[in-house]
Design a protein around this ligand. Structure first.
Ligand code: 9Z3
Length: 358
């Protein structure tokens, strides 16, 4: 491209003499050719996004335990891919849950966070498992876990008691919740149907998501991505981040955040081209919610987008697909909106599996 820039300014001054050689050198330039290929294929990830995605991963801090995560994933996916139930091969869904943090210092003392409790991801995981899916639960450390919804915030201190002979007793008031948490969790973990992978930062989240997508490819259309995590839109690139704790003595903090590259289209087109992909759209202004969800559906080629508003997210969500918009409500105060939502998505996934190219 340097060469093209240099030649194009000279060529601008002498158009006839330089036009032909300039064109030839353009077509010999591999970067330009691959850019033109990308432009020809409008469905593909554009060159700018590809470049931003590459820079994001190249400069991200190395993922600790990448090898052991990959090993666990390969084993989990191969084991589940060999299972067949009454409805055909076992389906596997990657559920992402909770919010990503954005560190402000490499030796991190401070970070930017968001509100997400992980309730949506944890509850959805339970309903996917109930529907016969195996689940890779990619969750933010410390957020809500599957089967723990009915437990108090501090289960150890609030559910259990020490008796006079030093044995542990479950308080009667929490006995049912503890029993169902233990048995629900035990069944799916011992059956090999649930794999939990934790993340904290945006760097860990996106690196693990990419690691998950690669072995998921062998599942073809039986794979699903259900992206409920609240992912940071802005971050501090690792190489421009302060190494040590930022000092307050230096005065007010002036900081420029870069945009996190939009990975949804990359996931859909490159990492997991045959999987059924569901993303979430969150807004606080309901006037723009549906328009934004529609844009996400088209721009990132999602199979479905779940639109939700911050204040009503536990009561209603709107499922946006190419065939229209459906409002999904929880049945009553004791039920959860994830129950009808997952039922609907499982139906859509079944239709997709029958004809992925429809
Ligand atoms: C969601 O919209 C989830 O439903 C919530 C769930 C985060 C609202 P909780 O964890 O809340 O149960 O407390 N997740 C996606 C949010 C998001 O970051 N979406 C991006 C966007 O809106 C697209 S990936 O731009």
């Amino acid at each position: 491209t340097d060469c093209i820039h240099r030649q194009s300014s000279t060529a601008a001054a002498h158009p006839r003499r330089y036009a032909q050689p300039l064109l030839e050198s353009c077509f010999k330039n591999k970067a330009l050719l691959s850019f033109m290929d990308a432009v020809k294929n409008l469905d593909a990830v554009d060159a700018t996004t590809s470049f931003q995605v590459k820079s994001f991963f190249d400069s991200a801090p190395l993922l600790k335990d990448a090898e052991s995560i990959s090993r666990k994933l390969t084993q989990f996916i191969h084991q589940n891919a060999s299972l067949t139930g009454s409805k055909g091969p076992r389906r596997v869904v990657c559920v992402t849950s909770g919010g990503t943090t954005v560190p402000l210092e490499q030796r991190c003392v401070r970070y930017i966070d968001n509100f997400s409790s992980g309730h949506r991801g944890a509850t959805s995981t339970e309903y996917f498992l109930k529907s016969g899916y195996s689940v890779i639960f990619l969750y933010r450390r410390g957020t809500c876990q599957p089967y723990c919804r009915s437990l108090p915030d501090d289960p150890l201190l609030e559910c259990f008691n020490l008796t006079s002979d030093s044995s542990i007793q479950v308080l009667e008031s929490h006995a049912e919740a503890v029993k169902s948490a233990i048995s629900g969790h035990h069944d799916v973990v011992s059956g090999g149907y649930l794999l939990k992978l934790p993340f904290t930062t945006i760097f860990e989240y996106l690196q693990i998501l990419r690691l998950i997508a690669t072995p998921m490819k062998i599942l073809g259309p039986n794979a699903m991505f259900y992206l409920a995590a609240a992912v940071s839109d802005f971050y501090v690139p690792w190489e421009s981040m302060a190494v040590h704790k930022i000092q307050s003595a230096s005065g007010p903090l002036d900081m420029r955040l870069a945009q996190v590259p939009k990975m949804l289209l990359v996931l859909r087109k490159e990492w997991a081209p045959t999987a059924f992909c569901v993303s979430f759209k969150l807004e606080t202004d309901k006037e723009i919610l549906l328009e934004k969800a529609d844009t996400a559906l088209k721009k990132y080629k999602m199979h479905a987008v779940v639109a939700n508003e911050l204040s009503t997210r536990k009561e209603v969500v709107i499922l946006v697909t190419e065939s229209g918009k459906v409002s999904v409500y929880r049945e009553n105060d004791l039920s959860v909106v994830e129950s009808p939502l997952i039922k609907l998505l499982v139906e859509k996934h079944s239709t997709y599996i029958m004809d992925p190219n429809a």
